[in-house]
Design a protein around this ligand. Structure first.
Ligand code: NAP
Length: 324
């Protein structure tokens, strides 16, 4: 944690902190410093409250609360920022964009009509991060949770990303009857995780060039984590495989981790002074590595930024950054 903020109270918002990686990260952050106030930004109040109670019990830190946020609704994102701003929390030090989903059973759409994987994993977080910049302390941190599946070189079992344009991701072409939803859903997921990296690099650069704040922005790959709620839309046999059989591979396969191990690494990127000055980078755990070749494509990055501004109807009173 930066020296000047070490003893003062500060707030960290984590999206989807009620389960899996987000929960483990929240626990590690709240345990590390009692002056940290953790806000779980979650879509279901009952699940969020349950997580708050068990986190307080596990950490002895009473400064853990929840605020409702549904990333599949731009109105909910705007409403979240308004409620956060008027609730008198300590200064906002960090934002962890962790919530995410994969849909391999059918195509779903957000409240605003965008394909859900793109809408939740990228667009909701894009709007949230932009709107919170002004509320953040001078030195702060933002981390986007991405995934090694964004990189074809990793040869994961997930279909590799295809980026044609952000508009096509938001409004995909209607699929023929025989299209394999398993592959389509995986590809939408890995592409949304590529979008998280484009967004990280663009936001980091814009903050440096267009503001006087020292807010760092980095992307994080937690590795494969059996045992989270992530596989909920998978067929039964795949859910069984990812939840139990895969557990064994934690012992011997590289970059397969328990949620707690990855949660600890993610918490470290947020609170460890070692990362004070690092921005616009990609981390596997706490190790800085290069992201995929495609993730350095500036044309795609610009296309994503411009289209995201248009789709989210972000206006210049809502962000510190230039919109063009
Ligand atoms: N598991 C893996 O192997 C793996 C690998 C690489 C990267 N990741 C990334 O890690 C992150 C966390 O995933 P996880 O594995 O911990 O899965 P998880 O247990 O399913 O956690 C996902 C969280 O996102 C929340 N969420 C989903 N849709 C939301 C929405 N519309 N608004 C607000 N919150 C929403 C979920 O809330 P509900 O509980 O209400 O559904 C849940 O809290 C994701 O970004 C994922 O892409 C996971």
């Amino acid at each position: 944690m930066p020296a000047e903020t070490n003893s003062s109270k500060k707030t960290i918002i984590i999206t989807g902190g009620n389960s899996g990686l987000g929960y483990a990260c929240a626990r590690n952050m709240a345990k590390a410093h009692k002056n940290i106030h953790v806000i779980l930004a979650c879509r279901h109040a009952a699940k969020a409250n349950k997580a708050v109670h068990s986190l307080i019990k596990a950490t002895n830190n009473n400064n853990i609360t929840s605020l409702e946020l549904d990333l599949s609704s731009l109105e909910s994102v705007r409403d979240f920022v308004t409620r956060f701003s008027s609730s008198g929390f300590p200064p906002l030090y960090a934002l962890v964009c962790n919530a995410g989903l994969i849909m391999i059973d059918k195509t779903r759409y957000t409240k605003d009509g965008f394909e859900s994987t793109f809408g939740v994993n990228h667009l909701g977080h894009f709007l949230l991060a932009n709107m919170l910049l002004e509320k953040m302390t001078h030195s702060g941190r933002i981390v986007f949770v991405s995934s090694g599946t964004h990189d074809p070189a990793n040869k994961t079992i997930v279909a590799v990303p295809v980026y044609e344009s952000a508009r096509l991701l938001a409004y995909p072409k209607k699929m023929g009857q025989n299209k394999n939803m398993l592959t389509v859903g995986q590809r939408r997921y890995s592409t949304s995780k590529l979008c998280n990296i484009y967004c990280t690099y663009e936001l980091a650069e814009r903050i440096q060039q267009q503001t006087d704040k020292n807010i760092t922005v980095n992307a994080f790959d937690p590795g494969q984590m059996p045992g989270t709620g992530f596989s909920r839309t998978f067929p039964l046999f795949m859910r069984f495989f990812t939840k139990y059989i895969n557990y064994i591979s934690v012992l011997f396969r590289p970059n397969v981790n328990t949620p707690n191990k990855s949660g600890k690494a993610l918490a470290s990127l947020i609170i460890n002074p070692e990362f004070n000055e690092i921005t616009g980078k990609y981390f596997e755990g706490t190790r800085e590595i290069r992201s995929s070749e495609l993730s350095y494509n500036r044309e795609n990055r610009k296309n994503l930024w411009k289209t995201s501004v248009e789709l989210s109807k972000l206006n210049k009173t809502e962000t510190l950054l230039n919109l063009d």
